[in-house]
Design a protein around this ligand. Structure first.
Ligand code: ZN
Ligand code: ZN
Length: 631
């Protein structure tokens, strides 16, 4: 029921969006909203702009890219300001092929996909609306109907810019179907869609020997050629190459530099003159952004070839490096995990952070600055101030690290390693140690990797592990102290009772048996030793505590376990030392006693309730910290 109602809504919206009329009606629309005739690059730029931008500290963040691309703010700012914006204003860059250069899985394909999907949506909004000649295989701009002689006048009157000529198919149609009466030509609103092959195309080079230029520029239709008698009759030609269908929008050229030269020459003409050659026709006009991607090696070998010089000058290269911020890298993994078989698995706290530390380290370049190492640089880049360096030093560090982020471990590799860790552990949870193990095994299985590179990466695994050891210890200590506040209070009262008895030279009464006992020297020492109170100094320490206690009592204040800084520290350390024993015992004995179990469960519950652990990884964490403490 619900679905049917949604379907009804959907169809009614489709009907609302649809529009069809004559060229005359179109001109009326144009009068109200001249922007519907903007060219492809301008429409793309308005799409990016319409999502809004945030400025902070002179940095611009374009929200359009924010949902999917992380850690590329600087790159995207440059891309918008040096390409999209000037291209929208019809400056020369518009006539160049945008070539994104960067390492694998660094965000190039995501960026292209976002532009394509974005345009599909944008063309369904008012701000992104556009119209085409009905029946045109290239859904071309209706303004092409206006004869050359009238264009200047028209442009002035309607404040629009006209570029391009009718395609061969429309040229014929206007004569044969409308008898040259352009006013009557049918126009419709068009919606860019890759699936419907409207305004969005993708060209992938296949085998260079068998690939046909028709994939780009369309082909003669041999089934109808006998009807029309000639290859130069547009009705015997299929304008269905990627360059044709991408008119008004974007064409993605995958692995462009692997492509045969003859394909690239077609692009050269399109990028330079805005038109390309197809079949036996005069040049065909097309308005589209061509975006390609490549990696650094491919690009280097391309520019080293003299033959490519002309094409090279028609390309604008933008570097898309890897992200270098640990916190953004985590977001990238979270996104990839949602799309993978890992989505139903529990990721233990810190698991993705540890993986991110490893990959970011692998992408950083050593600095020559005194006192700077890669781990410090990684933390600094992620917004933490480190010893000897502050955020303002980042600019200088970046300046000395040319091409930083253009190589290193790619995010997909990490996700694949997590997947294989999953197969091995057969649990429903992956913890940081599984991550490190998975990454290390990955290196073992990599025969192509040089020994030097392997050692370098192994070193990053051990750096990531050091970071984890610290996090793990802190986390357990925190959970422990928290869940043992009650125990801390009991221990504290116990200690005070004994100190009082000791200082006054009296016996202490067992609360249950009423037995008269000597003060518990062992208990008092076990606490005092935690903060280095020596045997000789114990008396003075205890007396000081007692004086403090009575001064609190005179002021009618309660002397709490955290009223005395050193004593509090001693109590917490004692508790933590007790935990150490508990954890040691639970890891070494198979049968902990009831008390030990109770305590370990309390800490474990705390980790589950407050810190995002599941029982499995909470237990793993306690075991691991136990083994760290045993060293
Ligand atoms: Zn046409
Ligand atoms: Zn877990």
């Amino acid at each position: 029921m619900n679905f049917l109602r949604r379907l009804e809504e959907y169809l009614s919206l489709e009907r609302q969006l649809a529009w069809e009329g004559t060229f005359r009606d179109y001109i009326a629309i144009l009068k109200e909203r001249p922007y519907v005739s903007q060219l492809a690059h301008a429409r793309i730029y308005s799409m990016i702009k319409s999502a809004g931008l945030e400025e902070d500290n002179g940095n611009r963040k374009y929200n359009f890219f924010h949902t999917e691309l992380f850690g590329l703010d600087k790159t995207l700012e440059k891309l918008v300001e040096e390409y999209f914006h000037p291209a929208a204003r019809r400056l020369d860059v518009r006539k160049r092929i945008l070539l994104l250069m960067g390492p694998v899985s660094g965000g190039k394909s995501t960026l292209v996909a976002m532009l394509k999907r974005g345009l599909e949506k944008f063309s369904r909004t008012d701000a992104g609306a556009l119209y085409g000649i009905k029946g045109c295989p290239m859904h071309e701009e209706p303004l092409h109907l206006i004869p050359k002689e009238l264009r200047e006048e028209f442009q002035k009157e309607y404040n629009v810019y006209i570029e391009g000529e009718l395609c061969p198919s429309c040229r014929l149609m206007v004569e044969s179907e409308y008898g040259g009466n352009i006013e009557k030509v049918r126009v419709e609103r068009i919606f860019l869609s890759e699936d419907n092959r409207c305004g969005i195309g993708t060209f992938t080079p296949s085998d260079p020997k068998s690939q046909d230029i028709a994939d780009l520029t369309g082909s003669v239709d041999f089934s109808t050629i006998t009807d029309y008698g000639s290859e130069s009759d547009p009705r015997a030609y299929r304008f269905d190459g990627e360059l044709n269908i991408a008119n008004r929008g974007i064409m993605e050229f995958q692995e462009m530099l692997k492509c045969d030269e003859k394909f690239l020459w077609n692009l050269l003409s399109l990028s330079q003159e805005g038109n390309f050659k197809a079949g036996r026709f005069a040049l065909i006009y097309a308005d589209e952004m061509i975006i390609a991607h490549t990696n650094e090696n491919e690009y280097k070998s391309f520019i080293s070839n003299k033959k490519n010089e002309a094409l090279q000058s028609r390309i604008i290269v933008m570097k898309i490096p890897y992200n270098l911020k640990v916190s953004h890298e985590i977001k990238i993994y979270e996104k990839l995990i949602k799309q993978s078989d890992l989505r139903n698995i529990h990721m233990a706290p810190h698991a993705l952070r540890i993986a991110s530390i490893f990959s970011v380290l692998s992408r950083l370049k050593e600095s020559k600055k005194q006192g700077m190492d890669l781990v410090k640089k990684m933390k600094l880049y992620d917004g933490e101030d480190v010893e000897g360096f502050k955020q303002k030093d980042i600019k200088e560090l970046q300046a000395e690290a040319v091409d930083e982020g253009m190589s290193g471990v790619d995010p997909r590799y990490v996700i694949n390693r997590l997947s294989s860790a999953l197969i091995r552990t057969s649990t429903k949870c992956i913890n940081p140690l599984d991550v490190l193990r998975g990454l290390k095994e990955g290196l073992d299985q990599h025969p192509s990797i040089t020994k030097e590179e392997r050692d370098r990466l192994l070193n990053f695994i051990s750096e990531a592990r050091k970071e984890y050891d610290e996090m793990a210890k802190k986390e357990v200590q925190k959970a422990f102290v928290y869940s043992y506040e009650e125990s801390a209070k009991v221990l504290f009262t116990n200690y005070l009772d004994n100190v009082e008895a000791y200082c006054n030279g009296i016996k202490i009464k067992d609360p249950i048996t009423d037995e008269e006992l000597d003060p518990d020297e062992k208990l008092m020492r076990s606490i005092e030793e935690q903060i280095g109170v020596s045997e000789n100094a114990k008396k003075a320490f205890r007396e000081e505590i007692l004086i403090r206690l009575s001064s609190y009592a005179r002021k009618n204040r309660r002397f709490e376990y955290n009223s005395h800084e050193r004593l509090r520290e001693a109590i917490e350390k004692k508790l933590f030392a007790d935990l150490k024993d508990i954890v040691k015992i639970t890891t070494s004995t198979k049968t902990p006693d009831a008390e030990q179990l109770k305590r370990i469960n309390e800490v474990s519950n705390r980790l589950v309730e407050d810190n995002g652990y599941c029982p499995v990884c909470a237990n793993e964490l306690l075991k691991y910290v136990g083994s760290l403490l045993n060293r």
